[in-house]
Design a protein around this ligand. Structure first.
Ligand SMILES: [Ca+2]
Length: 388
């Protein structure tokens, strides 16, 4: 018998609800935690998407089932090429990568070269992957993999929700076929990063986000299907990767930071010779240098928000975030606010919640895990590369 964990919303005494496991099922779930967690990632790689993919590969409990790509940070074809190249860098060129819809449902695609670079990976230049794209259409991959293992698959979305909206049109029962959905998207109690109140993933394809959010409105009182965990800018902008984080990761991978973990001179930059011997550290340094320069210009610090990696880590370990159930809708017709995730914190609408919105995250624990796991993977890959 397959044991399904039950989510319980703890309402008191904490001011916010906290997702936890029912003690009755804790032991079986602990046992289950040692088993692989099947994950399907939908992304628009993207610098922080690439960090999420590396974290997935580096996590021993993660079974990376497939990766689907949509247009977003760059065009969908470039997203797919980036995804294949990053997975090959990580030694997982065998993972299925499928391309989905290349444009938002009804709007034109607006990409983000100023944030992620003209090809999406900052200053990094990875060799073209040997692996080929899947012949399957991205939304079909989501539906077919969910049907193949009902109630087991976790879907992690790191991009505009276009592919998931199409998957829901093909299979309206998709929420019940999935074990869990984790969404990076929205801004629920903070300002936006695209317009004053809008976050980029939702802003890029607000119609798709509305479809996805509404699909979970009918969740049963027993928690099945569970509401998606949504990580908005409220918490993802707390995941600030700084040069010293990268220096720690490089050290774990066997690269001497040699004082290069300072702004403007991080490992992998032209002066960071130590990183050049490790291809993954070199990649991280080159990609993140662009991302850090962007944040230095627009956000006032030399570092980078790694939104997508935090979302991926949450999919593997939901205890990283504290959440609150809330009803969320998406503004489609605003003069100033199209793409805003409107959260009904005071229950004005009287509608049942459709999302578990993250309101806090254990950021130090996340970074400890990210640096430890990806640093170890980089060390392993560096050793492999050196013996070739
Ligand atoms: Ca992304």
């Amino acid at each position: 018998m397959r044991f399904e964990p039950r989510w319980v919303v703890r309402t008191a005494p904490a001011p916010c609800h906290e997702l936890t496991y029912d003690p009755v099922v804790r032991k079986p779930d602990d046992e289950r935690a040692a088993r692989p967690v099947p994950i399907l990632v939908d992304c628009d790689t993207g610098i922080d998407d690439s960090l999420a993919l590396l974290y997935a590969v580096a996590s021993p409990e993660c079974e990376l089932v497939a990766v689907t790509c949509t247009g977003g940070n760059v065009g969908a074809r470039q997203v797919a090429a980036n995804t294949l190249a990053v997975l090959e860098l990580a030694g997982r060129g065998d993972v299925e990568v499928a391309i989905g819809r290349e444009t938002p449902l009804v709007r034109e695609l607006v990409t983000t070269p100023e944030t992620h670079g003209p090809r999406g990976l900052g200053y990094a230049e990875l060799p073209a992957a040997r692996a080929k794209l899947s012949g399957r259409f991205g939304p079909d991959v989501i539906v077919e993999e969910a049907r193949r293992r009902p109630g087991e698959l976790t879907l992690v979305t790191l991009a505009p929700l276009t592919n998931v909206a199409l998957a829901l049109q093909r299979e309206p029962d998709l929420p019940r076929l999935l074990r869990r959905v984790v969404i990076m998207g929205g801004s629920y109690r903070s300002s936006g990063n695209t317009a004053p109140t809008t976050e980029w993933n939702v802003s890029c394809d607000p119609e798709a986000a509305k479809i996805v959010f509404e699909a979970f409105a009918g969740a049963g009182s027993d928690g099945h299907p569970p509401h998606p965990i949504a990580l908005g800018l409220d918490v993802t902008e707390r995941a600030k990767l700084l040069p010293e984080h990268l220096a720690r990761l490089a050290a774990l991978a066997g690269c001497a930071p040699d004082g290069s973990a300072q702004a403007g001179s991080i490992p992998g930059s032209p002066s960071g010779s130590a990183a050049a011997v490790n291809p993954m550290v070199r990649y991280l340094a080159d990609a993140l240098r662009f991302y850090m320069e962007f944040h230095s210009r627009y956000d006032g610090f030399y570092g980078a928000f790694i939104h997508d990696a935090l979302a991926l880590a949450t999919a593997l370990d939901p205890t990283l975030v504290r959440t609150q159930p809330v009803t969320v809708d998406v503004e489609l017709d605003g003069r100033l606010t199209t793409g805003e995730t409107v959260a009904d914190w005071r229950h004005v609408w009287g509608e049942p919640p459709n999302l578990e919105v993250a309101v806090d995250a254990e950021i130090d624990r996340f970074f400890g895990s990210f640096i430890g796991r990806v640093g170890k993977l980089a060390a392993e890959r560096g050793g492999l590369a050196a013996t070739r």
